[in-house]
Each structure stands twice: as C-alpha cells, then as structure tokens.
Write a protein that binds this ligand. Structure first.
Ligand code: SF4
Ligand code: SF4
Length: 192
C-alpha cells in the first residue's frame, strides 16, 4: 500500500519521499529516534507540501480531492495486489509508474442512460453508498461525487433495460436535469 501511495504521490506531482514506513519493535528506541530524525530532516528539506514541488495550492487541493475520491476504486481494482506480501526485493517492482498512470487515465465511471432507465429502483436499492438518486417513476441518476465505482448498478440493471453504462477513461455525461426526470410510461416497458 505504501509503495502504491508513493507512486500516486509521484503521479500527482508530489515527492514520494514525503512518505515512509519502517517496521520496528518497541525495544528499538534508538532506531526509532534515528528514523524519525532522518525523516523529519528530509521532509523539512523538501519544504511545504506542494510549494516544494512547485505545485500551486489550489491545483494541489484539486489533485488531492480527485485522488481521495478514487481511493475506494483503487482498492477495488488493485485488491489482489494489495493483498500480496511479496519479498522485499520484489516489492519495489510491484507497481510501475506506467501502471499507476494507466490506473488514473483508464478510470471507470458508471452512468445511467435516461432514455433506457425504467425507474425499477433495483440499482438504487443495491448501491452500497446511496449514490443513486431516483424513485418511483423517476429516471435515476448517479451522483458521481458519491459513487465509489463498485459496478453493482451495472450488474444489477436488468439486461432488458441495459440502462447503466460503463465509461472507461472518458468524461461522464452530465445528469439529466431534475425537472426532466419524471417518467412518461407511454411506449415504454412497465416495471418488472
Ligand atoms: S457504481 Fe456502485 S457506488 Fe456507483 S452508483 Fe453504481 S452501485 Fe452505486
Ligand atoms: S436498474 Fe436500470 S432501469 Fe432500473 S432504475 Fe436502475 S438504471 Fe433504471
């Protein structure tokens, strides 16, 4: 996890040396002091977060916000690797910069096609984080700020509707305006 975090820091333009992890026992007081002193010295040399790397404060905030939102997604797609306990010499090869760049460039999003949604509420009931806005006879929409990209709605939407789309790496269409979400059943399939 620490190595992945270091690669993510690098990806957003921060020095990965700002993060470290050391394992030691409670009897290694001297070692603890040395590690903390060394790390404190290193961080001081790097300067304030962002400023030291020449990243504007607002830009840094938006990059950190974007990464924070993606944490559940990253844990989901890197689940297998995160569970690995490789030997130390192999650990440094676990995540490459290219892989982390790809992770962000090919991030998956989900969107509900308003022309296909039948307001059956199945996805709304199954979403683990209540990121789907909808109701009876209301076209459903996904709140992208809340969505953790688990894909449950994509799996749950009945194939005959196929209303949930998976978007890889591209922008997500804006949600249909609230005033246009009321469904007219004429010519549409009825609820299952
Ligand atoms: S992908 Fe998961 S979190 Fe996002 S809206 Fe669908 S069910 Fe909810
Ligand atoms: S499961 Fe599909 S059809 Fe049903 S409300 Fe969700 S997006 Fe619409």
């Amino acid at each position: 996890m620490v190595l992945l975090c270091k690669k993510i820091l690098e990806h957003i333009g921060l020095n990965p040396d700002r993060l470290t992890i050391e394992f030691m026992s409670s009897g290694e007081g001297m070692h603890f002091t040395e590690v903390v002193d060394g790390f404190t010295k290193r961080v001081k040399e790097l300067g304030p977060l962002g400023k030291g790397e020449g990243v504007d404060e607002n830009e840094l905030k938006s990059r950190l916000d974007a990464v924070t939102k993606l944490v559940p997604y990253i844990k989901l797609v890197k689940n297998e690797k995160l569970a690995l306990r490789p030997e130390e010499k192999k650990y440094s090869e676990l995540y490459t910069s290219d892989e982390v760049d790809r992770l962000f460039n090919e991030v998956i999003s989900y969107h509900i096609d308003p022309d296909k949604c039948q307001a059956c509420q199945i996805c709304l009931r199954r979403c683990p984080v209540e990121a789907i806005i909808g109701g009876k006879n209301q076209i459903h929409v996904i709140d992208q700020d809340l969505c953790i990209k688990c894909g449950t709605c994509f799996e749950a939407c009945p194939p005959r509707f196929g209303a949930v789309e998976k978007i890889t790496g591209g922008p997500v269409p804006p949600p249909i305006p609230e005033a246009e979400r009321a469904m007219t059943r004429q010519g549409k399939e009825t609820r299952p």
